[in-house]
Write a protein that binds this ligand. Structure first.
Ligand code: GLY
Length: 368
């Protein structure tokens, strides 16, 4: 049986980042992945690094802000170790809302300021010269937020290469059937075709984290359908509207997302949903009518009952959990790698993790 110090279940951005971090501490790491590394939610994500956004649950804000601050160095290290480049954009986010409720850190903008900041978005490039938002600018409020965005596919590709460069091992193509125990402690994992031994196991299996024992985890897939456009007016900023968000990439695509669907493990897209996303995107930026549809896809976010991640040791010594990042897995990868490396190596974590204990769900189940 192949032996390592740590086995990580799941080669998404959480498992990869943690694997690299533990390897930097000198531990021998094996990542076991049911499919292909990085191909599930991590590659489907939009990549908004919304650390200060109001949509982040209050209990998660400290971790979100910390992780957003870590991003430039996190990306720089992955680029260095992989020799690849990762599209990390610093233009910031434009919020457009009929509700006028913005995070404290947001700066209100007039329509004229928006025109100056992002002419592509304001629609100045429309053939008839009609500002796109102008018609509705009486009804919506506009604000600017200093947040970055990243291309998750490039990030994941760099993380896989950096992990291999650091001699993190991978076993791909077979799902984990269960965690092996010895004397009540975690001792390895079993897949359909092999057993692997290690004294420390970390469940980073995203939406699949609850699909094997021995610990019950209430993680469920929350489907998000998305599409990308190409060839429209150049949009510089991430744009978040009430119905939809737009995330531009430096190669010219604009990602449009997303739905929140309870659809099990179905990753198909459907015409009506894509049409609705497109319709909402054109409401925000009518200039995108000049674009072509580049791609459509869906990803499965790992959702938990309280929409907070699980970052702790489980009730089984040596068996840890780092999953349930729901809509913020890309954002939270650096801080998750940092705090879980501390927890696993027996050091005090840099942040209070009480709200993220796996035990909170067994406590809930015991309530009358
Ligand atoms: N993080 C964006 C989403 O979940 O749609």
């Amino acid at each position: 049986m192949k032996s390592s110090d740590v086995i990580i279940i799941g080669a998404g951005i959480i498992g990869l980042s943690l694997g690299i971090s533990l390897r930097r501490r000198g531990l021998r790491v094996l990542i076991v992945e049911r499919g292909e590394p990085g191909r599930e939610a991590s590659s489907a994500a939009a990549g908004m690094l919304a650390g200060s956004g109001s949509e982040i649950p209050a209990a998660l804000r400290v971790l979100a802000v910390a992780s957003a601050r870590m991003y430039p160095e996190f990306v720089h290290e992955l680029e260095d170790e992989s020799g690849m480049t990762v599209d990390l954009r610093e233009f910031g986010t434009i919020l457009i809302s009929a509700k006028s409720e913005f995070p404290e850190a947001a700066r209100r903008l007039s329509f004229e300021q928006l025109q100056e900041l992002d002419p592509g978005l304001a629609g100045l490039s429309l053939p008839e010269g009609r500002p796109a938002l102008h018609r509705s600018s009486q009804d919506v409020a506009i604000a600017y937020l200093s947040e970055r965005s990243v291309d998750p596919r490039e990030l994941v590709a760099a993380a896989i290469k950096a992990a291999r460069h650091r001699e993190v091992d991978f076993a791909s193509g077979h799902e984990v059937r269960g965690v092996l125990l010895e004397g009540g402690r975690a001792a390895g994992v079993e897949t359909a075709n092999a057993k692997y031994s290690a004294g420390t196991i970390v469940n980073c299996a995203g939406a699949w984290a609850g699909s094997f024992g021995p610990v019950e985890l209430p993680v469920r897939p929350v489907k998000g359908q998305m599409l990308s456009l190409i060839g429209g007016p150049p949009i510089r900023h991430v744009v978040r509207g009430d119905q939809v968000y737009l995330v531009p990439r430096s190669h010219g695509q604009v990602v449009v997302g997303s739905t929140l669907e309870d659809a099990g493990y179905d990753r198909r897209t459907d015409v009506n949903t894509i049409k609705n996303l497109l319709h909402a995107a054109l409401e925000l930026a009518p200039g995108l009518a000049a674009a072509r549809i580049h791609e459509d896809w869906a990803g499965l976010r790992p959702g938990t009952p309280d929409e907070l991640p699980i970052l702790s040791e489980s009730s089984i010594p040596g068996y840890f959990v780092a999953t349930g990042h729901y809509r913020d897995g890309i954002l939270l990868a650096p801080v998750t790698a940092q705090v879980m490396t501390d927890v696993i190596t027996g050091n005090p974590p840099a942040h209070d993790l009480d709200a993220f204990a796996a035990s909170r769900f067994s406590q809930l189940a015991m309530l009358p």
